[in-house]
Design a protein around this ligand. Sequence first.
Ligand code: G
Ligand code: G
Ligand code: NA
Ligand code: MN
Length: 254
Amino acid sequence: RRLEGDLRRAAGRGELVLHYQPIVAVKDRRIVGFEALVRWNHPTDGMIPPGQFIPLAEENGMIGPIGEWVLAEACRQARSWIDDGLPVVPIAVNLSAVQMRRHDLALLVRRLMTEARLPPGRLELELTETAMMEDAVAASRVLADIKAMGMELAVDDFGTGYSSLGRLKRFPVCKLKIDRSFVADVAENDSDRAIARAIISLAHALELKVVAEGVETEAQFQTLAAEQCDCVQGFLFSPAVPAPQAADMLRKGG
Ligand code: G
Ligand code: G
Ligand code: NA
Ligand code: MN
């Protein structure tokens, strides 16, 4: 397809951009981090969301260079916010299952962080529950190396996959992100609320923090707060925005 050839050139031509969605603490609504979300600023088709090209990139091998660019760019951005004297919050980067199977992933991350002179706490990694459990052996090896570097790891889209709880306990993760499909009706639907409650109590029993994704309404926020959720992200606070706007938010509410 036409996009496929374009994608091979996109990273080298500076057509990829990262937008940043704030993650806020439930207790005081202050920003405690950002999730970096990649977009492709295509010369003729405009901004293409990741759902339309990440799966293609995973199939045709382009996820390697694209994922490396995303990690490097997030490191550069974190460095530039440090240099600007902004409040200290981590940037979370999404890893695909394909990236995680690279045995040199931890080395790559270490090199990029060294090049950006970034302390370990400034970068976090997110891996979906499905990716983590599908290739649990590769995941636990790579994640242990990354954890040893002092970085935090989050399980993304939690609740949509099939986690072995025994395995979850042994993975070096520090955070579960509740998938937005459970958040959408959490204020009205008793079973969705029960799922959110179960994930939160499981997480807390394992001494993990919980982030709810896709929070759009105050009613959803209040329900999650009543269930002891630690952090939220979603349109109630902000969509993902370009770096300069994210920096403004951090100045005001970091
Ligand atoms: O922004 P949007 O809703 O279109 O994001 C769709 C999906 O793309 C999300 O599940 C998100 O985790 C994923 N995604 C966004 N940025 C990246 C990235 O840099 N790398 C990978 N592997 N996935 C990403
Ligand atoms: O990694 P993940 O698949 O969760 O990626 C987050 C995606 O969710 C992004 O594509 C982002 O645009 C989208 N998103 C972020 N906040 C909201 C929200 O409040 N509601 C909905 N429907 N989507 C959201
Ligand atoms: Na994510
Ligand atoms: Mn998610």
